[in-house]
Design a protein around this ligand. Sequence first.
Ligand SMILES: CC(C)(COP(=O)(O)OP(=O)(O)OC[C@H]1O[C@@H](n2cnc3c(N)ncnc32)[C@H](O)[C@@H]1OP(=O)(O)O)[C@@H](O)C(=O)NCCC(=O)NCCS
Length: 137
Amino acid sequence: MRRADFDADYAAIRSVRFDVFVDEQHVPASIEMDDRDPFCIHVLAFDDAAAVGTGRIDLEASGKIGRLAVLSSMRGQGVGIALMEFLHAIAKDNALDSVWCNAQGVAVPFYDRLGYRVTGDPFDEADIEHVRMERKL
Ligand SMILES: CC(C)(COP(=O)(O)OP(=O)(O)OC[C@H]1O[C@@H](n2cnc3c(N)ncnc32)[C@H](O)[C@@H]1OP(=O)(O)O)[C@@H](O)C(=O)NCCC(=O)NCCS
């Protein structure tokens, strides 16, 4: 696992996100890579040389964590938790005292296990139900 360089690692980040969000969850390809990407800190997880997971944190949006994705074949092995812990460490290094995300409804138990608590009402984004969750660092 390592911090990514958005330009140099663009293909790897895009590949994981397209597999998970576009192909699996049917998020429109046109909105998958967005205008916050160049401003976020990105992380990548690998299995040998292959990228299998990614996520990002937007420090300018009060530590918003997003685009967390692990290839379906690699789930349930702790990759998602490891990515989140790495993102929390980056937030702490940047003097944040909390982080937040818009969690997909199905992923609420995952974030709950990581210490996140729901702080808003559910809403739809890309036709998927989300809810705002926050965690103190
Ligand atoms: C959510 C996601 C990143 C988790 O990655 P992962 O590598 O499978 O997670 P981990 O193996 O670290 O799982 C950690 C724990 O969360 C649980 N968990 C993971 N995804 C879950 C889900 N969707 N619902 C309930 N529990 C979940 C696991 O069972 C595990 O608990 P356990 O150790 O007690 O068994 C992955 O499922 C994924 O990419 N999903 C599709 C994209 C997505 O929904 N992203 C989140 C957008 S908000």
